[in-house]
Design a protein around this ligand. Structure first.
Ligand code: HEC
Length: 256
C-alpha cells in the first residue's frame, strides 16, 4: 500500500520550496481578490445593498417583485385610507420621483410624507401600540419608507455573457484547481484529509459553475451556486494552506 507519494513537496530543496510557497501565496491572494471583486460587482444586482441570495437569483435568473408598499396599497390596505390619497400614493410610487417628492413642500397636504403621517403612523410608528399596530414595519422616516418603495424587475445576464464567463471561469478555475490538488496530493498530510479536500473542492467547483446554467431555468439552484462556491473556496484555501505548511516543514529524514 502506498501511503505517501514517491515525490513529496517537503523532500524538495529550499529554493524550489521558496518558489512554490510564493506561487501558492499569490494564487490564494488572487482568489481573495476574485472574491472581493465578486462582492463589489454583484452585491447590487438585486438593487438592494449587501450581498444576498437575491443578488445571485437576480444575476442568473432575474427577479421581478413589486414594491411592498405598492402591493399593500393596491390590495386595499389600510381599509381606512381615502381613495384619493390612495391614488396619490400609488401615482407617487409608480413615478420616478419617489425620493424627490416624498416630502416636497410644494405638494402641501398631498405630499406622501403627510399622507403617511396622517394615515399610517398610528400603526406604523416605532412607538405604535395596540392590537392592530405594526411597529415592526415602521414608516416614520424616508429611510424606513424607501426600501419598501422599490419595485424590481431585473433581467438575468444574457446567454452570450454567461457563455463567455463560463468559458473563462471553467477553464481557468479547473486548471488552477487541478494544480492545487496535484500539489496537495504530494504533501505528507494524511491521505484521507487531502482526499476529502480534493473531493469537496472538485464537487464544489462543478456544482457552482453547472448551477449558473441550471439557475437560469430553476431559481432554486441559486442556493447551489452559493453553497457550491462556498465549499470550493474553502476547500481550495485549505488545500493551499496545507501545501504551504508542508513546504515549510523540515525534510523528513526517516524516509530515504
Ligand atoms: C390599523 C393599523 C394600520 C394602519 C392604519 C396601516 N397599517 Fe399597514 N399594516 C398593519 C399591520 C398590522 C400590518 C401587518 C404587519 C406584519 O406583517 O408584521 C401591516 C402591513 C403593512 C405593509 C406590509 C409590510 C411588508 O413587510 O410586507 C405595508 C407596506 C403597510 N402596512 C403599509 C401601510 C401604509 C402605507 C399605511 C398608510 C397608508 C398603512 N400601512 C396603514 C397595520 C396598519
Amino acid at each position: 500500500m502506498t501511503q505517501t507519494p514517491p515525490h513529496r513537496l517537503r523532500d524538495l530543496d529550499p529554493l524550489p520550496r521558496l518558489g512554490l510557497v510564493c506561487i501558492v501565496l499569490t494564487l490564494l491572494g488572487g482568489t481573495l481578490a476574485a472574491g472581493t471583486h465578486l462582492y463589489l460587482h454583484q452585491q447590487n444586482r438585486d438593487e438592494r445593498p449587501g450581498l444576498s441570495i437575491d443578488d445571485i437569483k437576480a444575476h442568473y435568473h432575474g427577479i421581478s417583485s413589486p414594491a411592498p408598499l405598492l402591493e399593500a396599497l393596491k390590495n386595499g390596505h389600510p381599509e381606512t385610507l381615502d381613495a384619493g390619497d390612495r391614488q396619490t400614493l400609488i401615482d407617487w410610487l409608480e413615478g420616478d420621483r419617489v425620493s424627490a417628492d416624498y416630502d416636497n413642500l410644494d405638494l402641501g397636504d398631498a405630499a406622501p410624507s403627510e399622507i403617511i403621517a396622517d394615515n399610517c403612523l398610528a400603526c406604523h410608528s416605532r412607538s405604535s401600540t395596540g392590537e392592530n399596530a405594526a411597529p415592526a414595519v415602521p414608516l416614520d422616516y424616508f429611510d424606513d419608507v424607501e426600501p419598501l418603495s422599490i419595485s424590481r424587475d431585473i433581467r438575468p445576464v444574457s446567454v452570450e455573457i454567461l457563455a463567455a464567463s463560463t468559458h473563462t471561469h471553467a477553464l481557468a478555475l479547473s486548471a488552477l484547481t487541478l494544480i492545487l490538488c496535484w500539489l496537495g496530493l504530494h504533501t505528507s498530510w494524511p491521505r484521507p484529509i487531502v482526499g476529502v479536500l480534493v473531493a469537496l473542492t472538485g464537487l464544489g467547483l462543478l456544482t457552482d459553475i453547472a448551477s449558473w446554467w441550471l439557475t437560469r431555468e430553476w431559481i432554486g439552484f441559486a442556493w447551489a451556486i452559493a453553497i457550491g462556491g462556498g465549499i470550493f473556496d474553502t476547500g481550495a484555501a485549505l488545500l493551499g494552506l496545507l501545501v504551504i505548511a508542508d513546504l515549510l516543514m523540515p525534510r523528513d529524514t526517516t524516509r530515504s
